[in-house]
Ligand binder design. Structure first.
Ligand code: AMP
Ligand code: MG
Length: 412
């Protein structure tokens, strides 16, 4: 195959997509809705954590000076003048020479500076025998020890995971300004396609791509709407697309963008003049398209129909778009270096994204190309967990050489 001189590079096409897409406007969202989203404000603590001095143990609140001499041989006896449980605010004060029974999390009363855990006492009710002295302040969690009012808790742009959500709740935030999940409509085209669970004719295949792409969109953080199969009829395609635009921040189509006689997506959209179609210098995934449709100029990425081409194109062009909409960075998957375990060939003039499986050999990351690199090989695609990136100028890589890989299952 000759090099495609009329083709645009992967970067050019990706940039074309990214240039046309803005981060979605942020708004205040309930904390659990904001899980996994990028926050769009610097969140500062308005309270301290802990909010008040409280006990770290079940035991007795005391003034340390009163129990300083306590030992197994000569324990200290103190009268117990009261009891404080968690959630029981108390005006009680510990006067010198007395103790107050206290539970974990309960406010340490005035006059006390240390807590003697049950384990160092006889657990007395009216009087307590203390056989070991705490250090000053021991088993007391100090107000503001963890977080001070005014501390920066979460920086704008960072993604809220479980720990950050927990922290925001702990300082009393019920909601946070964050960018929503983009709504991605996935449409697959092809008169040969059938819905899984229905009967297949001799000339039909199951529609894997709308599931593949919808799942990948969801994995990327989007809300994916999988639209049923659209036959290779431009009017039917345009009608379905039109129906979907109202709920779409982004439309992704599969199939119908190459040079065939029934390339429905191209046939339907090319006349609009708002969608570019052309070759991208990659393998698989050469035929691509991108533009906007409808009154609201909704971005649309048109991917080729071969399942592996479709998935790799999604990785290269749709995933970055979703991440940009979500205010996440980086847009593209981080690369890694790996030692190639078997030789590979690659077409001149096109960047190859081969499928591979990662392993660790002699303490180094290694990658093994999967059996067959055909773009219809969805079995091999499912088995792989990395893409091997072979540059446009390289036509052969030997075993033992270092190659660039894109690990597919890592969070970033
Ligand atoms: P196309 O890009 O429409 O020319 O399709 C290229 C190849 O991918 C053909 O063999 C199609 O049957 C196949 N194909 C297209 N769409 C899908 C799909 N949704 N699921 C599985 N295979 C598909
Ligand atoms: Mg087709």
């Amino acid at each position: 195959m000759s090099s495609s001189t009329d083709a645009v590079s992967v970067e050019e096409h990706r940039q074309r997509v990214l240039d046309a897409i803005d981060p979605l406007p942020a708004f205040d969202q309930p904390l659990m809705e904001a899980f996994g989203l990028a926050v769009a404000e610097d969140v500062h603590a308005t309270v301290a954590l802990p909010g008040f001095d409280n006990s770290a143990m079940d035991g007795y609140a005391v003034a340390r000076a009163d129990v300083a001499t306590a030992s197994e041989e000569s324990p200290v006896h103190l009268p117990v003048v009261g009891e404080i449980g968690a959630g029981q605010a108390s005006l009680m004060a510990v006067s010198p020479g007395t103790a107050v029974k206290i539970m974990t999390g309960a406010p340490v009363p005035a006059g006390a500076d240390s807590v003697v855990p049950y384990e160092w006492t006889d657990r007395g009710v009216a009087n307590v025998v203390i056989s070991r002295a705490p250090t000053l302040g021991q088993h007391v969690r100090r107000r503001g020890q963890d977080v001070s009012a005014g501390d920066l808790l979460v920086e704008a742009g960072s993604v809220l995971g479980a720990r950050q959500i927990g922290l925001l709740a702990a300082v009393g935030r019920p909601s946070v300004r964050s960018r929503p999940r983009p709504r991605v409509v996935v449409i697959s085209t092809g008169s040969e396609l059938r819905e899984p669970g229905t009967a297949l004719g001799r000339d039909s295949i199951y529609d894997g791509n709308s599931f593949l792409l919808a799942a990948a969109a969801r994995q990327a953080g989007a809300i994916a709407y999988r639209v049923g199969i659209i036959r290779d009829e431009p009017q039917a395609f345009l009608a379905a697309l039109n129906d979907q635009l109202v709920r779409a921040d982004l439309v992704v189509t599969s199939g119908g963008v190459s040079m065939g006689d029934y390339d429905v997506v191209k046939e339907a959209l090319a006349p609009l003049g708002t969608v570019w179609f052309g070759p991208v210098a990659m393998q698989p995934g050469k035929p691509q398209g991108f533009g906007t449709v409808g009154e609201d100029a909704v971005p649309i990425v048109t991917l080729p129909g071969n399942p592996v081409s479709s998935y790799i194109s999604f990785e290269q062009f749709v995933l970055p778009a979703i991440r940009k909409m979500m205010g996440r960075s980086p847009y593209v998957r981080p690369e890694a270096d790996a030692v190639l375990t078997h030789p590979m060939t690659s077409p001149a003039g096109r960047r190859q994204f081969a499928r591979g499986t990662l392993s660790v050999v002699d303490g180094r990351l290694a990658v093994t190309p999967v059996g067959d690199q055909g773009s219809h090989m969805i079995g091999d695609l499912a088995e792989s967990d990395a893409l091997i990136v072979v540059a446009e100028s390289v036509t052969r890589v030997e075993a033992g050489e270092t190659v660039t890989v894109l690990p597919l299952d890592e969070e970033f």
